[in-house]
Design a protein around this ligand. Structure first.
Ligand code: DX5
Ligand code: ZN
Length: 234
């Protein structure tokens, strides 16, 4: 089985008990904690910022080891907030190309602050925007819903884009030896995770499907295990 990562999006967690939720989903085996930052400007919703990131950081642990904080910034302008998230304990910081005037500079800024750098492509954004920044990337996030809200349905056209970006990543790896993670975000569930993995994704963001899991179905651990079982068939 390939090295797949499950990244629960805490957007669908109980915000009144966020530390506890992060601790529970980390203990249940989350590979990344996906942290959605929305500014009511780049996207029509408003969520959480660096102070909350710093507050949950100590809860993102599994067997005494820190769980990667995967920060998805749906924020414009974005540069001034990047150092704040680095200070708050972010490990990966992902930005949208439409949210910065100078993508190359923004990606360099993320790495200068000691974090791994990602680019997020909306359903309507062409993968051509990453052509000349591949060397600056550690992660490519493909949005399979329009950003702004949890609980939306997976847009099927994303599967074609996943395969296309997978090809670019593999070509880049063959040329440079460098690895880039391919993450998919939006509408990911137990029922479609294998198909998304088969198309070429290796990291799966899932909010409502994980945090909506019922205790009688094994809770967070149960749903993540069912996702891993489905991925084992890929
Ligand atoms: C949407 C966010 C997603 C969202 C995914 O803008 O980036 O991370 O929380 O939620 P689900 O899995 O419910 O589609
Ligand atoms: Zn996200």
């Amino acid at each position: 089985m390939k090295d797949y990562r499950i990244a629960p999006s805490i957007l669908s967690a109980d915000f009144a008990r966020l530390g506890e939720e992060v601790a529970r989903v980390s203990a249940a085996g989350a590979d990344f904690i996906h942290f959605d930052v929305m500014d009511n400007h780049y996207v029509p919703n408003l969520t959480i910022g660096p102070m909350v990131c710093a507050a949950i950081k100590p809860y993102a642990v599994h067997d005494g080891k820190p769980v990667t904080l995967d920060v998805h910034l749906m924020v414009s302008p974005v540069d001034q907030i990047i150092p704040e998230f680095a200070k708050a304990g972010a490990n990966i910081i992902t930005v949208h190309p439409e949210a910065t005037l100078h993508l190359d500079r923004t990606l360099a800024l993320i790495r200068d602050h000691g974090c791994r750098a990602g680019v997020a492509l909306n359903p309507g954004t062409s993968p051509a925007v990453i052509d000349y920044v591949m060397d600056r990337l550690d992660l490519i996030l493909l949005m399979s819903v329009n950003p702004g809200f949890g609980g939306q349905s997976f847009i099927a056209e994303t599967l074609v884009k996943i395969a296309e970006v997978r090809k670019r990543i593999d070509e880049h790896h063959a040329k440079t030896g460098k690895s880039i993670l391919l993450e998919v975000d939006g509408g990911v569930k137990t029922e479609n995770v294998a198909e998304i993995g088969r198309a070429g994704a290796c990291s799966f963001v899932s909010g409502s499907a994980i945090f909506g899991a019922r205790d009688e179905d094994g809770g967070y651990r149960g749903v993540m295990q069912r996702m891993r079982d489905a991925l084992a068939s890929v």
